[in-house]
Write a new protein. Structure first.
Ligand SMILES: Nc1ncnc2c1ncn2[C@@H]1O[C@H](COP(=O)(O)OP(=O)(O)OP(=O)(O)O)[C@@H](O)[C@H]1O
Length: 255
């Protein structure tokens, strides 16, 4: 569903994404990495919102630069700060999206996605009265109106309580079961370990490791978690500067 070949993006002298090679099948794929690793930049390129500096990628067989319109018709993107109008009802928000996409039989499609996201009972209420979890599900409903084949999610459970997160994951899994490919970023490694079919850990714009959570954790050792895999593959700022903790302690002692 997604083929990435030597994809790079620089901002001035900073290489945010560095020669990325990655294939994503019909799966729930998690892109993990520390702050500033290049996750959002990657997603922005794949969703055609940002042009690569070099390299190529195809989404659903279409080139993200040369066939960006075709890519857009096949995908949806739910960023962290998606626009939902608090002064409109949930249904009105989804209707707006359906109108923008020119969906035929708009009302039935709107009802269908609202129902899918478990919002039917509250669809007539103003979004200002929604909980964080309901708002996130409304964003997903908006993203579903044009029946995308690939759904990009930027930290879909950020800031939600435990039950809100669980619900979002139930919906994501349901979408996958219906045939959708999910490409997501998250900082919640326990969730990625539990729900993603495969993950990639990216650090300083480069993929450090990619595989299923089971394979990655078992390669580290018995009872290892994805947190351990992450720490093994991502350098701390001190390590990046060439220190290790013992050197740092010795330095402090000498002072
Ligand atoms: N428009 C921009 N102009 C300049 N630098 C940018 C721009 N967008 C991103 N960067 C830089 O590129 C690097 C990668 O940023 P990016 O937002 O992709 O990281 P991230 O992995 O998504 O981080 P986070 O987990 O904090 O969201 C960072 O050093 C960031 O400061």
């Amino acid at each position: 569903m997604i083929e990435i070949k030597k994809l790079s993006r620089s901002f001035g002298n900073l290489v945010a994404v560095d020669n990325l090679d990655l294939d994503v099948e019909n799966e729930i794929f998690g892109l993990l990495g520390p702050n500033g690793a290049g996750k959002s930049t990657t997603v922005m390129m794949l969703t055609t919102l940002l042009k690569p500096s070099s390299g190529t990628a195809k989404v659903c067989g279409y080139d993200i630069v040369k066939e960006s319109k075709k890519v857009r018709s096949k995908i949806s993107y739910v960023p962290q700060d998606m626009a939902v109008d608090r002064k409109l009802t949930g249904r009105e928000n989804v209707q707006l999206y359906a109108k923008l996409y020119g969906i035929p039989n708009r009302n039935s499609k709107v009802d269908e996605v609202i129902e899918m996201m478990g919002l039917s009972e509250r669809a007539g209420d103003l979004v200002a009265t929604y909980s964080g979890g309901m708002r996130r599900r409304l964003e997903l409903a908006q993203a579903l109106v044009h029946e995308p084949e690939v759904l990009f999610l930027d930290e879909p459970t950020l800031g939600l309580d435990v039950s809100g997160r669980k619900k979002i994951w139930e919906h994501i899994r349901m979408l996958k079961a219906e045939g959708m490919t999910i490409f997501m970023t998250t900082h919640y490694l326990e969730e990625a370990e539990k729900y993603c079919n495969r993950v990639a850990i990216i650090d300083k714009g480069r993929i450090a490791v990619v595989g299923s959570p089971e394979n990655l954790t078992s390669s580290i050792g018995e009872n290892a978690s994805l947190n351990d895999v992450f720490l093994e593959n991502v350098k701390t700022p001190e390590e990046q500067a060439g220190f290790n903790s013992n050197q740092f302690r010795n330095l402090l002692r000498r002072r």
